[in-house]
Design a protein around this ligand. Structure first.
Ligand code: MV4
Length: 447
């Protein structure tokens, strides 16, 4: 059993995890940098430990400090949230060596999915459809042969990459040599590993991801999909569940493929299987072995608390639900509220002079922000998430329009005005968008 959880994170996700712990009667420890002493997660936790100066490397990423904070407070488990140490296999190993439960998958599963070639081979072996491409690593001397077999255009990806870093497109054979050499150089500089692989380049896909949870003993469920196509520079902006592009048969079919794969893998914890979706086909690209930012839209339509499930399976308590128990109710949209200029996305840290969160049926605001809170300049600019649920997509959108009018955050720039624009757009109303839509929209509209 887990009796005290240390939350190795900050901001809205630290608060989110804290809420689940409180509901389960589990004591909480917050950790924080000196820049976050007055943060909401620190105020609401049962105990808190300052683990270092503002830079993440010296605080939220400092494994020694976090293990020491567990020892000092007697925490028997760590929830890593997302980002920071959430997909760090070494951290999972070190906690294990200290007899502290890592609330997440095994270190081996984190490692497998962290290496994108191994992840893809594993997914394929588990029966998940993958993007056509090279059989593992591609060396420069084999690139032409492999690319001809796949057919142009092709995409060169770093095996140590993910999230779009170290990718290069080769439209034709003439582009190939340079694409491979720059991809390898960038991969080496960014990750210390120059291994690359090659895929057929999909031109106008949607980004659709399937939420899974496993108990580590061969039971696993899926909780449907999220459509995360609306993004800018690989930062998601707006996510929805269900995807406007799928029907119920497609949802249950891809969901079953993912759940069956996680059963075979004996996966433990929450995970997300990411696909590109084009012309009615799904193509695996990556798996994330953590709770994701956009998990609340899945919670909205399923009624299942994913952090409760993570804590249950980490302590050997099993899943609280079977696949048959899960139904999908209505539609949910998440808007990411960043402390950024809504057009240039330049960060806008500073003091929030007025803060009023909206309420009413079908509205959830996950945020650690409050009136008078000073947003430190050292971290990610996500300051909150607005999640709106309705019985239908139309109802959800109408509610979102109402809710955006109510939300007040003064003193800093936020991305709220962008959502005011998007809610009135015809393509968005129709659910008609792909992964390039938002960047094209931003390039073609001035205000
Ligand atoms: C692709 C692709 C097109 N074809 N793979 C970008 C992040 C990484 N997770 C995978 N990515 C892509 N892989 C093939 N074979 C286009 C992207 C991509 C993308 C994917 C999801 C969400 C946004 C994106 C933005 C640009 C490119």
């Amino acid at each position: 059993m887990i009796s005290k959880i240390l939350i190795a994170n900050r901001g809205e996700i630290a608060l989110r995890v804290l809420r689940a712990c409180k509901e389960l009667g589990i004591a909480t420890v917050a950790v924080h940098s000196t820049a976050d002493a007055d943060a909401m997660h620190v105020r609401l936790a049962d105990e808190s430990v300052c683990i270092g100066p503002p830079p993440s490397r010296e605080s939220y990423l400092n494994i020694h400090q976090i293990v020491a904070a567990c020892e000092i407070t007697g925490a028997d488990a760590v929830h890593p949230g997302y980002g920071f140490l959430s997909e760090n296999a070494k951290f999972a190993d070190i906690l294990d060596a200290h007899g502290i439960t890592f609330i997440g998958p095994t270190a081996d599963h984190i490692r497998i999915m962290g290496d994108k070639i191994t992840a893809k081979k594993t997914a394929e072996a588990l029966g998940i459809p993958v993007v056509p491409g090279s059989d593992g690593e591609v060396k420069p001397e084999n690139a032409i042969e492999v690319a001809r077999k796949i057919g142009f255009p092709v995409l060169i990806k770093a095996t140590a990459g993910g999230g779009g870093r170290g990718m290069k497109v080769a439209k034709t054979e003439a582009d190939l040599e340079e694409a491979v050499s720059t991809a390898r150089a960038e991969a080496l500089a960014a990750f210390g590993n120059d291994a690359v692989y090659m895929e057929k380049y999909l031109g106008k896909p949607r980004h659709i991801e399937v939420q899974v949870v496993g108990d580590g003993e061969g039971n696993a469920i899926h909780l449907g999909e999220r459509d995360c196509s609306l993004q800018r520079r690989h930062q998601k902006v707006w996510e929805e569940a269900n995807s406007p592009a799928l029907n119920v048969e497609q949802r249950m079919a891809i969901g079953k493929v993912c759940a069956d794969a996680m059963k075979k893998l004996k996966y433990r914890g929450a995970g997300t299987i990411e696909f590109l979706y084009e012309n009615g086909e799904f193509y695996f690209i990556e798996m994330n072995t953590r709770l994701q930012v956009e998990h609340p839209i899945t919670e909205a339509i399923t009624g299942i608390d994913l952090v409760h499930e993570q804590i249950r399976v980490a302590s050997g308590g099993g899943l609280s639900v079977t696949q048959e128990d899960i139904t999908f109710q209505g539609h949910a949209i998440e808007c990411r509220i960043n402390a950024e200029d809504p057009r240039t996305f330049v960060p806008s840290p500073g003091t929030i002079t007025h803060f009023h969160a909206p309420g009413g049926l079908g509205v959830r605001v996950d945020s650690g922000a409050y009136q008078g809170y000073r947003i430190p300049p050292y971290y990610d600019s996500l300051i909150g998430k607005l999640i709106v649920h309705g019985r239908t997509r139309v109802e959800c959108m109408m509610r979102l329009r109402r809710v955006l009018d109510e939300f007040v955050i003064d003193g800093i720039k936020t991305t709220l005005p962008l959502f005011q624009d998007l809610i009135s757009n015809q393509d968005i109303a129709n659910g008609d968008y792909d992964i390039h839509w938002l960047e094209n929209y931003l390039a073609n509209t001035s205000a």
